[in-house]
Design a protein around this ligand. Structure first.
Ligand code: GDP
Ligand code: IMO
Ligand code: MG
Length: 421
């Protein structure tokens, strides 16, 4: 058995949570492989709207195992809140949530470091979610971090204080004096709370499961254009958000990766700083934001909106080896007379059709225009129900990318999903 992967092809918030929830009935196990509570994955079903940050999006399906993999960074305070909120609406976390012992801990001081670094960067700040993601992954690489399996060790506090003292030295250098004693208290309480949950050697569990022919879906966080190696560096997150992250973040060999389901919006959004060639600063951008309710699931910040960027999308498909496409938020485009798609970038007077070394703000997109549609598609159930202009838009995407569209999402609810083939 091979592990399928679902991941974002843009700058995050493509609708991964919704689609993982829709696809969960097809799988036995759902596993997050990277990122942490910088993610905000929204699910809507039975008039409930729920946002997950660390817990995989299969958690509301009975008898499905949800794994937080070794590649994830965990803030115990946030995870505890998530567990309590999910339990309130019926999820069985003690039974269905497994946590890799090798997942890394985000310490209270990691959050402060995030803040100190962003303040120091001033105008050049990344627009981090300030959840401590970058500093936690930095410590992982620096071999200073605590893994969640350490919470059971006799010398846990000693290890904690040792890493904290490294952070305190950095704060002196940055002249950063803020402390968060209350958060630290909450953090240790949350650690105690989590001890009742199930901690596993997830790489063994996952490989054994594949051997026993149990089906697994790996759930990505963020998106390819935020990847630490291939995203719009330095305006990226601190993990590999692309398919390669599944191998290191869950401990599976590349031979065992099956389908790669790439998800993208029918247009583009970005939250935080960094280049965004097709960003719209006009009324059309505001219409996308209003119609798509484009406000961050984690921070509430307004998302920047723009037309679909085919140049970047092809790049993401190449990096991830996408075998099937999922297009979301097609309903948000209803009402536009024409829809634009960037098929090239004008850089220094020359048109290129690939993502250059540096995505700068002065890149001018070269657009193709397609006819729009002006009907409500949120109740459409099958491809034949869709307006011909939308079907042509989908065909256009398939021809341009060379990948077939498997699902089309026409609204935030579980039920508003059309199987295209
Ligand atoms: P994720 O981080 O990729 O899981 O995406 P988010 O949950 O951060 O953001 C996607 C937002 O769009 C959420 O509010 C979803 O409820 C919503 N959404 C998902 N699919 C659709 C869709 O097809 N149409 C509309 N209108 N909203 C959608
Ligand atoms: P999901 O999984 C959208 C962005 C932040 C910032 C940059 C670095 O919901 O798609 P970090 O907190 O990692 O230091 O932030 O990455 N970012 C996201 N944008 N969706 C996300 O996750 C994101 N996670 C991080 O806004 O620009
Ligand atoms: Mg999100």
């Amino acid at each position: 058995m091979k592990i399928d992967v679902l991941l974002g092809l843009q700058w995050g918030d493509e609708g991964k949570g919704k689609i993982v929830d829709v696809l969960t009935p097809k799988y036995d196990i759902i596993a997050r492989f990277q990122g942490g509570p910088n993610a905000g994955h929204t699910l809507e079903f039975n008039n409930i709207k729920h946002v997950l940050h660390t817990i995989p999006s299969g958690i509301f399906h009975e008898d499905k195992i949800n794994i937080i993999g070794n590649g994830v960074v965990i803030d115990p305070v946030i995870l505890k809140k998530e567990i309590l909120a999910a339990e309130k609406i019926g999820a069985k976390l003690k039974k269905n949530l497994y946590i890799s012992k090798k997942a890394q801990l985000i310490m209270p001081t990691h959050r402060l470091l995030d803040k100190a670094y962003e303040e120091f960067k001033g105008e050049k700040k990344i627009g981090s979610t300030l959840k401590g993601i970058g500093p936690a992954y930095t410590d992982k690489t620096a071999r200073l971090a605590l893994r969640i399996g350490d919470i059971f060790a006799d010398n846990f506090i000693e290890k904690y204080n040792c890493t904290k003292s490294h952070h305190e030295k950095i704060f002196v250098g940055y002249n950063f004096t803020e402390t968060n004693t209350d958060y630290e208290k909450e953090w240790f309480e949350a650690i105690e709370f989590l001890k009742d949950f199930r901690f596993i050697d997830s790489e063994k569990y996952i490989n054994d499961s594949l051997f026993k022919k149990r089906s697994i879906l790996a759930e990505g966080a963020q998106g390819a254009l935020l990847d630490i190696d291939f995203g719009s560096y330095p305006f990226v997150t601190s993990s590999n958000t692309t398919t390669s992250g599944v191998c290191t973040g869950l401990g599976v060999s590349p031979h065992k990766v099956g389908h790669v389901l790439g998800i993208c919006k029918a247009y583009c959004t970005r939250v935080g700083s960094g280049p965004f060639p097709t960003e719209l600063h006009n009324e059309d951008g505001q219409t996308l934001r209003d119609n798509g309710h484009e406000y961050g699931s984690t921070t509430g910040r307004p998302r920047r909106c723009g037309w679909l960027d085919m140049v970047a999308l092809k790049y993401s498909i190449m990096l991830n080896g996408v075998t099937k496409l999922i297009i979301t938020k097609a309903d948000v485009l209803s009402g536009f007379e024409t829809i634009k798609v960037a098929v090239g970038y004008k850089v220094n007077g020359e048109v290129i059709d690939y993502v250059p070394y540096e995505l700068t703000d002065d890149i001018e997109p070269v657009y193709e225009e397609l006819p729009g549609w002006n009907v409500d598609i949120t109740n459409c159930k099958k491809p034949e129900d869709l307006p011909v202009e939308l079907r042509n838009y989908i065909k256009y995407l398939e021809v341009q990318t060379g990948v077939k569209v498997k699902y089309l999402s026409v609204g935030p609810d579980r039920t508003q999903t059309i199987k295209m083939r």
